[in-house]
Design a protein around this ligand. Structure first.
Ligand SMILES: Cc1cc2nc3c(=O)[nH]c(=O)nc-3n(C[C@H](O)[C@H](O)[C@H](O)COP(=O)(O)O)c2cc1C
Length: 365
């Protein structure tokens, strides 16, 4: 029984690993991929990984961690958005899923798979048979096949990528079930589909007519054989809403950690999105006796204006360089953030007279 439980748990953890998840328990530590790998090794019986006393895993604080804790981790996985985008898809034979995988890989979006409460068997989708379940459903616009489990909430998601196969020229009715059970009135929805040859436009019209959607973008039909490059080209051509963040930026320099409040600019939001993926370590060069400046690994959106920079300002220079001011200078910049709770004298002393290396990350608070 114990062994069976361990196998069950291991399977659950494998799924979590495959999802590349990162779970944050209220008031507890982050659960990284490495944590879960350690957990998996323990479950598989590696004596080097005895987790007894590893309090962070014990989510319900009952003194042990077990299948209940894993269930809690899974619940958190579903309730803590890791991105402002969610890829929702239904895929019976895996073609649409392949496209969804690529979108997730490219954008870092979260995933929700629509599964029928009563799964579609092979016979159910044998469209050559007029009386197969899929054909009967598609012939009746009012049918709403039940979904096994709806997402707990779409709060925190600005963008929903919605994927499905084309069945008889339209979206499968189970997509209508999904649409009628969520509130998309303030979301950006991007439909995508796969098909033998039919286009996406009829399903787009159906979706538009079915429920209110904040911003329904033009969708895209892919062949099952679509390449990663095809999908990437489509994604690149899309202007996606950037998540607004209240989160502060942490800046580690010479052993001290400072916090900065992001500016209300597109550049600041884009920087936060980058830092959400991973921290950034930058070498900054001394310049002019008033700033440290370094080249970013990517360009950020410019909205330059003449700024009288003060000590503590973190500004974007020429779209791809970050400057941290410990003195003053007037020039054309885009605001990124402003350091808080530190004086000009403290800043000057901390940054010193030479080059410095800083690490930026998102504040965990
Ligand atoms: C019941 C049914 C109806 C279908 N109708 C169409 C259609 O009208 N036009 C088309 O091009 N392909 C049609 N197809 C093919 C699917 O759209 C195509 O195989 C799709 O990629 C399957 O996606 P999936 O693997 O994500 O389930 C149909 C398939 C089924 C099972």
């Amino acid at each position: 029984m114990k062994r069976f439980l361990a196998i069950l748990c291991a399977a659950a953890v494998c799924i979590l690993l495959a999802l590349g998840f990162r779970v944050r328990a209220a008031g507890k530590s982050d659960y990284s991929k490495q944590d879960v790998q350690k957990l998996l090794r323990f479950l598989l019986g590696d004596p080097a990984d005895d987790l007894t006393g590893e309090e962070p895993y014990d989510l319900n604080t009952d003194g042990t961690w077990n299948a209940t804790d894993i269930t809690l981790m899974k619940q958190e996985l579903h309730t803590v958005p890791q991105s402002n985008m969610l890829v929702v898809y239904f895929s019976r034979t895996g073609n649409t899923e392949k496209i969804a995988e690529e979108i997730i890989r490219s954008t870092g979006a979260d995933r929700f798979v629509i599964e029928a409460a009563q799964p579609y068997s092979d016979a159910d989708i044998r469209y050559q048979d007029d009386t197969c379940r899929a054909n009967l459903e598609q012939n009746d616009k009012s049918v709403r096949p039940e979904i096994a489990q709806m997402p707990a909430s779409l709060d925190g998601y600005d963008v929903i990528w919605l994927g499905y196969p084309i069945w008889w020229g339209e979206e499968p009715r189970i997509i209508d079930t999904f649409l009628e059970n969520v509130d998309l009135s303030e979301k950006t929805v991007i439909p995508f589909c796969t098909s033998g040859s039919s286009g996406i436009s009829t399903s787009e019209r159906n979706i538009r007519a079915l429920v209110p959607i904040g911003d329904l973008r033009a969708g895209k039909r892919f062949a099952a054989s679509a390449s990663a490059a095809d999908i990437q080209t489509w994604i690149d051509g899309m202007e996606l809403p950037v998540k607004k963040t209240e989160t502060k930026i942490q800046i580690s320099v010479n052993g001290q950690t400072l916090t900065a409040v992001p500016a209300d600019t597109e550049a600041a939001a884009a920087l936060a999105e980058k830092l959400r993926t991973e921290p950034l370590t930058l070498k900054l060069n001394e310049y002019g006796g008033f700033e440290k400046v370094g080249k970013l690994p990517w360009a950020l959106p410019r909205s330059d204006s003449q700024i009288s920079a003060q000590a503590g300002d973190i500004l974007l220079y020429q779209g791809n360089q970050m400057t941290i001011f410990y003195g003053e200078n007037a020039w054309s910049y885009t605001r990124l953030a402003r350091l808080e709770n530190i004086t000009q004298a403290e800043l000057a002393a901390l940054f010193g007279s030479g080059d410095v290396t800083v690490t930026l990350s998102l504040d965990a608070e």
